[in-house]
Design a protein. Sequence first.
Length: 162
Amino acid sequence: MSNTTKLLQLLESDCTLKHDQLSAMTGLSVQEVENTIRDLEERKAILGYQALVDWDKTDRESVTALIEVKVVPQRGDGFDRIAQRIYQYDEVESMYLMSGAFDFTVIISGRTLREVSQFVSDKLAPLEGVTATATHFILQKYKENHMVFQKKEEQDKEWIFV
């Protein structure tokens, strides 16, 4: 594995690591770490940095949904033009072109089930080229971006009552 790949993996798992820590973990000098990160940012290999938040442990109410979207590709543009029309909405957190029965997977969040359903019915489904949607509400997050949300606490003993 290259030093650059190792650096990217470390930043992906914890973007708060300091350059001297990254240097010690990759074998690169601090200057090489700084130069590599700057180069990766300029080439858009690093798109940004963010914290992964478990919103269930805060006072913010939210609902997350995974929406499967079937579309008719546009002549000359394929899926790109319609994808751009969908991902422009602020509600859209992530969007992927997929293989299988549906063309896109769109992940959105809202304050309520009604807010999410209104997005689908008022904004997404009426778009030209969209032929079908299927909405799946996320009930519990267990793991995201390699991070476990809530580890089950181990019991010392298992009791069986008869």
